[in-house]
Every structure is written in structure tokens, then in C-alpha cells.
Design a protein around this ligand. Structure first.
Ligand code: DOR
Ligand code: ZN
Ligand code: ZN
Length: 436
């Protein structure tokens, strides 16, 4: 198989560490075939898939179920295990069973998985730290949001902007700083998902400065949309955490340029058109598909001169590969690496149409946006999964689960003698020998 790529760019395929493919349990929204087809069409060659399916990926039994569903993928994948209050005793099994990373919902969102207490999180971090696997955090503090939403609903607020009011930036900033504290105490590696505010950047940068193993991602919606888009888009724009002010997106752009934010991911979160378009904001499902539009949207920013192509490669492929244990086999085009490649035509202009997306979620806030810079072929380990803007359907099943190698030395557990496990094993103090 050959194609003429004269005048085109060969990029390492994007590595998206944040997608929701919904199977098992919510296949009316997406499944592994449709989700991974969308990835292939978007120049994304590896995805990390989230555990808020039904059942959630909470023990080895559900991990095996997910691996079975994932077997039809067009692209390579990592699988997240859940870290929740009620599966602490399953975490070691998930590690031994081959999860690639963990996800902890500090605030609840789609799937309504209850967020763990700080105590349960701390024990979870202690258990996961020695494995070196990264823990990705939905960093929003549940108790603050629940209180805010209750007060807003009592006051009868149900317009789209009420969604921001229920989740002010302190919700995210408080969660980031608390998670960083737990990571520092336990030596766990953590990752902050979907950075949406300027307020989160301070605790993130501070944690990095004191040596916490912490990385951060943002998503195209937080870079390209802001509060002025709520009137036009209504409930379609509803996502957790919310799209905020223009000053937030400016700060996020700057943090991406300076390296405080390490990577771009999508939080690909498909829902049906009906689930997304509701008159009352509280009834609309949160999120939208992203894995197929990320590369065109970001290459369009490259075309506009807002970032260099080299920097795009760093945030879309190199940095996620390094942070999630895939380097040096993925995230670069070199001898010895997998041939995971997006061939990009920087002169091609397309208009984003939800109807044409390969995801089952046929609704996007980027409807009608014209983009210049499009992945026209995608190869996964040397095989075309997209060719000339067409999916190669027979590559369903070509995708493989990746192996997370932790090239970095395992973190030192600073407080090993104070872990809950150590405390439970400590000899009990008896009254014997006590004086009169
Ligand atoms: O908007 C969101 N949708 N945020 C999340 O964190 C979860 C996601 C989903 O699964 O729908
Ligand atoms: Zn999330
Ligand atoms: Zn998500």
C-alpha cells in the first residue's frame, strides 16, 4: 500500500489520554467501534478510555469485560481502572490485572459515581503509588458543587449560565491543591484532567515547582470557547467542568505555551442529540464528542499562527506518551518506534459537521466551524486505518491494548511507615507492664 505524501506533514498520531467510549452499558451513545473509528478519522492512534461505563471498571471482572469490548477497536488503547470509595480492596487486583492508569472522580458527573472521601483517596494513592501508574483526576470538589447547585435550583435558576455558577473555579482549584497534597504525601503520580480555569494553574504550577509528579491537560473547548458562546449554543455547551471566561482561556493558552499544562486531550464524551438539547440546563447531559475534531481544530490554530507545529506534536503526542509510560515506542516517528502516524494536509480546509462525525454523538459545539489543517491518512502500527478521509472498516480489531512502561524510577514513598496498611499491621499497644 502506498500513497503520495508530497507536500504533506507526517506527525506522530495523537495520543488522547481522555476519552469515554461508553461500552459496556451506554452503547446508544457510543461503542468501541464507533469511538475508535472517530479516533482513526481524527489522526488519533492511541486513546485511554475512562471507567464510567456500566458497569464501571471497578475490579478485574469489569476490566476483562472492557477488554472484550475494546477488542474491536481501530486504534490502540489504554484502559483506566476506577479509584472510588467502594473498590479500595480491588485496586491491587486492577494493577496486577493490567490497567494502564487510574481515574478518580473527585466530583460526580455522568454515570453518577460517588466521589471518594479524602480518606479513601489517600489510601487509594498509597496503594497505587508503588506501581508507578498515573492517577488521573476529575478535579472538582463534590461538596461545593452540590451546595451551589442546590442554592441555584432553589432560586429557580435554570439557564445555561447557571451551570458555571454551580461550578465556580474554586471548585476545581480546591480539588487540584488537595490532590497535589495527597500525591506529595504518598509519592503517587497524578494527572489533572480538563483544566478549565486560570485558578487551577496556581496550585498546579506550585506542585510542579516543589517536585510533585503532576501533569495537566486541557481540551479544545477550554481554549476555543468562552462564556460568550453560551447564548448561541445553549445546553449543547454544557460540559464538566464548564467552559468559563475569556480570561480563563487566555491563561490556559499561556500555560500551554509555558509548559505548565503538558498536553491536549479531548474528554470525548458523546451523548445523543436528544440528551444534549434540553430547555432546562440541569437536564442536559454533559460533554460532547471530541476525538475526531481535536486535530483539525488545533491544526487550524497552527494555521492561524497561534502555535507551532512542533509544539502541537509535543502536546498531542510526545508529552502524553512520556507521562503515561508509552515512550519511546509511541509519541514519536523514529526507528524503533511504532509507525503510528497522522499524515496531515495543512492546505486542506473543511467545515465541521456533526452529521458527518463517526461518533454516535451527532452534536458538537463546533458545528459549522471551518478548519484548515486536516489529517488525511492515519496509520496504526504501520497499517492504514484511515485513508484519503475514509475509514478503513476492516481494521476494526486491529487496535491493541498498550503496555504502560514506567521508564522513570519508581517514586519513593515518603511516608511509607505512615500508610494505612502499615498502621493496620503495627503491634497493638497493651496495658501490660504499665505501672500502678
Ligand atoms: O462533561 C463531562 N462528561 N465531564 C465528565 O467528566 C464526564 C463526561 C461524560 O462521561 O459524559
Ligand atoms: Zn471529568
Ligand atoms: Zn471525562
Amino acid at each position: 500500500e502506498t500513497v503520495d505524501v508530497t507536500g504533506q506533514f507526517l506527525l506522530p498520531g495523537a495520543i488522547d489520554v481522555h476519552v469515554h467510549f461508553r461500552e459496556p452499558g451506554y452503547t446508544h451513545k457510543e461503542d468501541w467501534r464507533t469511538g475508535s473509528a472517530a479516533a482513526a478519522m481524527g489522526g488519533t492512534t492511541t486513546v485511554f478510555e475512562m471507567p464510567n461505563t456500566n458497569p464501571p471498571t471497578r475490579s478485574v471482572k469489569e476490566l476483562r469485560q472492557k477488554q472484550e469490548a475494546a477488542a474491536k477497536a481501530h486504534v490502540d488503547y489504554g484502559i483506566y481502572g476506577l479509584l472510588a470509595e467502594d473498590n479500595i480492596d480491588e485496586l491491587q487486583g486492577l494493577i496486577d490485572g493490567g490497567v494502564n492508569a487510574f481515574k478518580c472522580f473527585m466530583g460526580n458527573t455522568f454515570g453518577n459515581l460517588p466521589s471518594p472521601s479524602t480518606g479513601a483517596m489517600l489510601e487509594g494513592f498509597e496503594i497505587i503509588a508503588p506501581s508507578g501508574l498515573r492517577i488521573s483526576l476529575h478535579a472538582e470538589t463534590a461538596s461545593i458543587m452540590a451546595w451551589r447547585q442546590k442554592r441555584l435550583m432553589e432560586a429557580g435558576r435554570n439557564d445555561p449560565l447557571a451551570h458555571i455558577a454551580a461550578r465556580p473555579a474554586i471548585v476545581a482549584a480546591e480539588a487540584v491543591s488537595r490532590a497535589a497534597e495527597l500525591a506529595e504525601w504518598t509519592g503517587a503520580r497524578i494527572h489533572i484532567l480538563h483544566i478549565s480555569s486560570a485558578a487551577e494553574l496556581r496550585p498546579l504550577a506550585a506542585a510542579k515547582a516543589r517536585g510533585v509528579e503532576i501533569t495537566g491537560e486541557t481540551c479544545p473547548c477550554y481554549l476555543l470557547l468562552d462564556s460568550r458562546d453560551y447564548a448561541r449554543l445553549g445546553s449543547i455547551i454544557r460540559v464538566n467542568p464548564p467552559v468559563r471566561e475569556a480570561s480563563d482561556s487566555e491563561a490556559i493558552w499561556a500555560a500551554l505555551q509555558s509548559g505548565v499544562i503538558d498536553m491536549i486531550a479531548t474528554d470525548h464524551a458523546p451523548h445523543t442529540v436528544e440528551e444534549k438539547t434540553r430547555d432546562v440546563i440541569w437536564q442536559a447531559d454533559c460533554g460532547f464528542p471530541g476525538v475526531e475534531t481535536q486535530m483539525p481544530l488545533m491544526l487550524n490554530e497552527v494555521s492561524k499562527g497561534r502555535m507551532t507545529l512542533e509544539h502541537y506534536v509535543a502536546i498531542s503526542a510526545e508529552n502524553p506518551a512520556k507521562s503515561f509510560g508509552l515512550w519511546p515506542h509511541k509519541g514519536r516517528i523514529e526507528t524503533g518506534a511504532h509507525a503510528d502516524i497522522a499524515v496531515v494536509d495543512m492546505n486542506r480546509t473543511e467545515t465541521i459537521r456533526a452529521e458527518a462525525l463517526h461518533s454516535r454523538g451527532k452534536i458538537t459545539p463546533f458545528e459549522g466551524v471551518s478548519v484548515t489543517g486536516v489529517p488525511i491518512h492515519t496509520l496504526v502500527r504501520g497499517r492504514f486505518v484511515q485513508r484519503d478521509r475514509k475509514l478503513v472498516p476492516e481494521t476494526s480489531g486491529w487496535g491493541r491494548q498498550v503496555t504502560s512502561i514506567q521508564a522513570m524510577p519508581k517514586p519513593t514513598i515518603r511516608n511509607a511507615d505512615q500508610t494505612l496498611a502499615a498502621s493496620l499491621q503495627a503491634p497493638a499497644i497493651t496495658a501490660e507492664g504499665a505501672g500502678p
